[in-house]
Design a protein around this ligand. Structure first.
Ligand code: ATP
Ligand code: MG
Length: 425
């Protein structure tokens, strides 16, 4: 297809105008698709990008028709399986075919070539995206018409690719820099969380010492004193000592249980030390430990730990609800994955516990069961609880939404329902 220099120049300028200011691959492609269409009349347009630092894998971005190539962004594909691997590895300088469905170069053992057939891509032009002479991706133009492109199209495609290449390259490295900054931020965040955890631990232990002192005084000391007071009676009346011994043994038993409770309560919890999200992570790990086949777990907190701003008792109640939802998912649904998401807008905090398991049958009426406790706990802290099917992929989603203003400073002291909250923990 012969194109005049004026037309080409006009299109190239339009392409450069279109990409300016676009900050990601998909937007760039979306913006240039129209201009590129004027040049090639394509049915499918995509770019493949080798992963920076791992050229054995690549991802594709496409516009117009969507194929499995475009679905691989979250799981990058092996470059060795790409139908255009020879171009991506620099073995050939371009690909031009009049009918990709019947061109042996695209089809080899293990080739990820199914989209060619599914989308009926016939004529194809592939040119490299390169910087400093090294290939880091490709521009791929396809038409469903046989023999649509010729050498001139390859030349024009290469010029378009050369226009786009520096821009895409900058986007890749911009992304890399952003990810590095995020990773560094997360590492700093973890360090800060540890520091705060240690601080809270010191304060927490001081409070614990006081609480243990009081518990030992009010409970254990009182129990032991009572037991001791029974000894003189036994001495005075040895004949009844046998039955008295049983009573004492029972009381010592109770005392030991009480001591155990005091010791149990003393251990600072993960939540006290590291916050709600880490406590959920620890709970997930504990709940799925030893299950075969293994259950994947994930926690995503998009709120910068907003739940930790809630009063302690409310936070613990939320944790108990999430804990039961996690345990139910693991116990009843045989899931492959259980995930917890925490998100917030200006008004509410939303916590989702999702599994991809069997889904809920009608739960049996069990007024003392965990779900019932979840509902009671949610009602007490004014949270909404919703249990529903987890979208088309199956499984169950438990959503807890709670008004955000409960985290306002001072709320902890003034919350009218604080005693009720304590009762719900
Ligand atoms: N995530 C889930 N996937 C599939 N079924 C579920 C899920 N959560 C709950 N169920 C169903 O709902 C029922 C009621 O759950 P509930 O937590 O009230 O009781 P339980 O887990 O059986 O017992 P408990 O919590 O008292 O130990 C369960 O027996 C189960 O059939
Ligand atoms: Mg349960």
């Amino acid at each position: 297809m012969l194109k005049s220099v004026d037309v080409l120049l006009e299109r190239y300028l339009a392409i450069t105008r279109a990409i300016a200011g676009q900050m990601d691959f998909q937007s760039v492609l979306g913006e240039i698709a129209g201009e590129v269409h004027q040049l090639f009349g394509h049915d499918h347009l995509d770019i493949s990008i080798l992963l920076p630092g791992n050229p054995d894998r690549n991802v594709s971005f496409e516009v117009g028709m969507s194929t499995q190539w475009g679905e691989t962004r979250d799981t990058p594909h092996r470059t060795a399986q790409s139908p255009i691997r020879d171009l991506l590895t620099g073995k050939v300088s371009n690909f031009l075919t009049g009918d990709a469905c019947n061109d042996a170069r695209f089809h080899f053992e293990g080739a990820f070539d199914s989209p060619i057939f599914e989308a009926n891509l016939r004529s194809r032009v592939h040119v490299p995206l390169q910087v400093h002479g090294a290939v880091y991706g490709s521009l791929n133009i396809s038409s469903q018409e046989i023999d649509r492109y010729d050498d001139e199209d390859v030349e024009v495609a290469q010029q378009v690719a050369d226009l786009l290449a520096p821009y895409f390259y900058a986007l890749i490295w911009g992304d890399q820099a952003k990810n590095a900054a995020l990773a560094e931020g997360a590492a700093r965040g973890r360090e800060e969380a540890l520091r705060l955890g240690a601080l809270r631990l010191t304060e927490g232990m001081e409070n614990e010492r006081k609480r243990i002192g009081m518990d030992l005084h009010d409970q254990t000391l009182a129990d032991l004193t009572r037991i001791l007071q029974r000894i003189p009676g036994m001495k005075r009346n040895p004949a009844r000592a046998g039955s008295a011994f049983t009573g004492i043994a029972n009381e010592i038993n109770t005392c030991v249980k009480e001591l155990r409770r005091i010791i149990e309560d003393t251990k600072p919890s993960v939540m006290d030390l590291f916050g709600f999200t880490q406590a959920i992570e620890a709970q997930l790990e504990r709940s799925v430990a030893g299950i075969v086949p293994p259950v994947k777990t994930s926690v995503q907190d998009l709120t910068a730990s907003i739940v930790d701003e809630f009063p302690d008792s409310l936070r613990t109640t939320l944790f108990r609800i999430v804990q039961e939802a996690i345990n139910n998912a693991v116990k009843h649904s045989s899931p492959r994955q259980v995930s917890v998401g925490i998100d917030a807008d200006d008004f509410i905090v939303l916590i989702n516990v999702c599994d991809d398991g069997s889904g809920m049958c009608e739960p049996e009426e069990n007024p003392t069961g965990g779900m019932d406790n979840m509902r009671v706990r949610a009602a007490i802290i004014s949270a909404e609880l919703d249990i529903s099917a987890n979208g088309p992929e199956g499984g169950t989603r438990v959503s807890i939404s709670i008004p955000r203003n409960q985290s306002l400073p001072g709320k902890a002291e003034t919350m009218e329902n604080e005693p009720l909250v304590k009762a719900a923990i």
